[in-house]
Write a protein that binds this ligand. Sequence first.
Ligand SMILES: O=C(O)CCC(=O)C(=O)O
Length: 209
Amino acid sequence: MTASFQASLLGLDEELGVGPLGATVRRTPLDHGAWIDLRPGWVTGADTLFERLAGTVPWRAERRRMYDRVVDVPRLLKFYDEDETLPDPVLEDCRRALNDHYAEELGEPFRTAGLCFYRDGRDSVAWHGDTIGRGSTEDTMVAIVSVGDPRPLLLRPRGGGPSIRRDLGHGDLIVMGGSCQRTWEHAIPKTSRPAGPRISIQFRPRGVR
Ligand SMILES: O=C(O)CCC(=O)C(=O)O
């Protein structure tokens, strides 16, 4: 996969790695027992991670049934199950650090990694919660690391109400927790504004999709 990504001038000389979590993580409580944690700029040297993932992950274009039609999924995908090696050692570092930070609260480790490649502003993910599996009945967490061009992640309560927006930039971490997957929905909307490529890495516990 080749992709033109305007590497951030500020990030060019940064070494690839993960920063601390701890007190750098800012929590926002949401209604219905949901919350989000935000840690801007968690992955340093995110340009390098973007280029490596864009070039080495075996990205797949998928098609899905939508009512009576089969349509292209508007992003490229690759899922790493818990027994698979992640495509870059820094993703192992991310998962280890998340497991250290959230161990007590989550009560189980993050295990799988779902990767999405948004080629430009036409790629998107529609409103949904991660409710295939335990997220439909249990509190859980989904941790997302974002590299590449920033795109807004929108969240809205399932029962209706105003949406909130977090612009996920290069190396940012967002964690959706509590009841978020079953009481809220999230989306990355399409945009007609020029948008470069973005890769999202989602870490989930076993049985959450
Ligand atoms: O791209 C993102 O950050 C969100 C991805 C997502 O919600 C999903 O794949 O279920």
